[in-house]
Ligand binder design. Structure first.
Ligand SMILES: Cc1cc2nc3c(=O)[nH]c(=O)nc-3n(C[C@H](O)[C@H](O)[C@H](O)COP(=O)(O)O)c2cc1C
Length: 174
């Protein structure tokens, strides 16, 4: 798959998390376009803004808000490709801001896109085997969901796909 990873990071926590997600995607053989929204825009992803999967990462700003750089990037993305169905969010925050605001940007972003993917939320800088495992599991799960949703996977289940014989011809009845 062609995957776009775009992230906003002020002090490096979310950048580190984005690097871990990227490494897992590349290990699985996917091509990653990489955008640091603080200094880059969608044009930096290459001539074609369309990707099979979009992974947006952000820290959370005051009282659960989305950082302005990510908001700007989201506006640019929606202008270019609409609201992609295959989009997941990840990021870092601090629980000391309270349950209501903890990683609030991710909830806002996921709600804006109507994302059906789980969110990956990490306390400050990802560290230790526990966070590493959480990141790997989340990334693998998201990659699996996106692969299931890809046009190639869907075509196998099209009822009028009669070009290939199937072991159970009665499967389309009832
Ligand atoms: C001004 C400011 C406001 C913040 N507000 C929140 C917040 O509402 N909720 C939250 O979970 N974290 C909040 N944080 C914590 C950051 O989101 C957290 O430290 C994050 O890991 C920073 O990521 P970065 O290193 O990628 O910039 C705030 C941090 C700053 C500096």
């Amino acid at each position: 798959m062609r995957i776009l990873i775009a992230y906003a990071s002020l002090s490096g926590n979310t950048r580190e998390l984005a690097r871990m997600v990227r490494a897992r995607c590349e290990e699985a053989g996917h091509a990653v376009s990489w955008i640091e929204t603080d200094i880059q825009g969608l044009a930096d992803a290459g001539p074609d803004p369309r990707h099979d999967l979009y992974l947006l990462g952000a820290w959370t700003d005051n009282a659960g808000r989305t950082p302005p750089e990510m908001k700007r990037f989201i506006a640019e993305l929606v202008e270019a490709v609409g609201k992609p169905a295959q989009l997941a969010v990840f990021g870092t925050g601090e629980t000391q801001w309270g349950e209501e605001y903890w990683c609030g940007a991710l909830r806002r972003m996921a709600a804006f896109f109507g994302s059906r993917y789980p969110r990956l939320e990490i306390e400050q800088m990802p560290h230790g085997e526990r966070d590493a495992l959480k990141v790997r599991r989340w990334t693998d799960h998201v990659l699996g969901m996106a692969a299931d949703a890809s046009p190639a996977a869907e075509s196998e289940f099209e009822p009028d796909n009669t070009s290939r014989p199937h072991a159970d011809p009665a499967r389309l009845i009832a």
